[in-house]
Design a protein around this ligand. Structure first.
Ligand SMILES: [Zn+2]
Ligand SMILES: [Zn+2]
Length: 296
């Protein structure tokens, strides 16, 4: 079993995962999710109740979890997983990835190989609402990571989203990916499989694999083995700064200049101009790691 657990994302899937971790009596669980609760989330999560729209998801979930499972030590931060302090990753036994974009999965893959932390990832939907997938990535340099499974073109596209300095219309792109459709029962089934699979894989699985679940087909599940891609750059010696930090930005609307000191990936999703609130920001200077070697 695992004692110190991290969970990235407490949406439909993540809520079910943390509920299972509570039922299993995990020693301590740390949650990361930067979102605030929207009205449409409430009916989809066992952890949310009426009247919490607009509040931080983390705060709402922690309140409920501490109440339901007092034997587990629950902590969390209203932040993206890439902004969580290194100490958390160093102390954790496993990270459950319950995010819903490939970009977030790629960031988690980079963190996993950097800290040699096993990842159990899951996703819902795709070809039908009764489809789901659970993947195991041991987090060793020799095993495949999420980014190894991508085409080199897709991998470059994702890495450029957290690396590149100039990006004209970044504001809405990440939302377009967020189109999964599923049901609360499917979220519950896949989250159950995710925790169950991790419980056995952490003892002996040193290679990566996925279990694909399709309740519309026979057999309903099949296992796919994954190998490390020699083109994936995440397995080399870890750079000091994994995700480039934007040190100087300019607003495309009002022209005001400021020093955000935040990850470029964070700026993409959350950054606004402190003067006028515009999301049209231009990265002028940044501090880089050596992930792809294409920037100075
Ligand atoms: Zn890889
Ligand atoms: Zn502005």
């Amino acid at each position: 079993m695992f004692h110190r657990v991290m969970v990235a994302g407490v949406g439909a899937l993540g809520s079910e995962v943390v509920k299972n971790l509570g039922l299993m009596g995990c020693q301590s669980v740390f949650l990361a999710d930067a979102d605030v609760v929207e009205e449409k989330n409430i009916a989809k999560s066992v952890l949310l109740r009426e009247g919490v729209a607009g509040q931080s998801k983390i705060t709402c979930c922690l309140t409920r979890l501490r109440n339901w499972f007092p034997q587990t030590h629950w902590e969390g931060e209203a932040a993206e997983i890439a902004d969580i302090a290194p100490k958390r990753f160093q102390e954790a036994d496993i990270l459950f990835s319950c995010v819903d974009t490939d970009l977030a999965r790629a960031e988690i893959a980079a963190l996993s190989t950097k800290y040699e932390l096993p990842i159990c990832d899951a996703g819902l939907g795709g070809t039908s609402t009764r489809v789901g997938r659970v993947s195991w990535f041991p987090g060793t340099r020799s095993a495949g990571c999420f980014a190894c499974l991508l085409s080199s073109r897709r991998r470059a596209e994702l890495f450029s989203q957290w690396e590149s300095e100039v990006y004209a219309c970044w504001a809405r792109e990440s939302d377009a990916e967020n189109t999964w459709t599923s049901t609360p029962t499917m979220a519950s089934i896949v989250a159950g499989l995710q925790v169950e699979l991790a419980t056995s894989a952490i003892k002996n699985a040193d290679a990566s694999f996925s279990v694909h679940l399709d309740l519309d087909r026979a057999p309903v599940s099949r296992t796919i083995q994954h190998h490390r891609s020699m083109e994936c750059p995440l397995h080399v010696e870890a750079p000091a700064t994994l995700f480039p930090i934007c040190t100087h930005a300019e607003c495309g609307q009002c022209g005001s200049q400021f020093s955000p000191d935040r990850r470029i990936g964070w700026m993409r999703r959350w950054g606004t101009c402190p003067a006028c609130g515009s999301r049209e920001l231009i990265i002028r200077e940044s501090r880089h790691g050596q992930l792809t070697g294409t920037h100075g």
